[in-house]
Design a protein around this ligand. Structure first.
Ligand code: FE2
Length: 115
């Protein structure tokens, strides 16, 4: 299910779709922080938990974090922005979270690249 996390989402959606928190504009080659988390706390128990969170820049995989019931589904990553030649363009950060009971959830955020 694709969910662009915002205030209108249900608690069930906000419990599963990872919220992407980072700056809206990055410079070429900049190392910037991306925080991924659930706005509403999701259970982390043996029978029901978030098994992994993934981050992509469009189709390019950036990170995949595997979790256990003993970890909070929240992570801050340092990501390198696209290189020269991409100034003025936009790209989407796409995050997935996989719940063993409720499947895979996706959210997106647009980032602009400046020189
Ligand atoms: Fe779930």
């Amino acid at each position: 299910m694709i969910v662009n996390v915002n205030k209108n989402n249900t608690d069930f959606e906000r419990k599963h779709a990872p919220k992407i928190e980072c700056k809206d504009v990055v410079k070429v080659n900049e190392i910037y922080e991306v925080k991924l988390y659930m706005e509403v706390e999701h259970p982390m128990e043996k029978e029901h938990y978030i098994q992994y969170i993934e981050l992509y820049a469009e189709d390019y995989p950036l990170a995949k974090i595997f979790l256990t019931p003993y970890a909070k589904p929240e992570v801050t990553l340092k990501i390198k922005a696209p290189s020269e030649g991409h100034e003025g363009r936009e790209f989407r950060l796409i995050a997935y979270a996989y719940c063993n009971l409720h499947g895979i959830w996706k959210s997106e955020k647009k980032i602009k690249i400046e020189g």
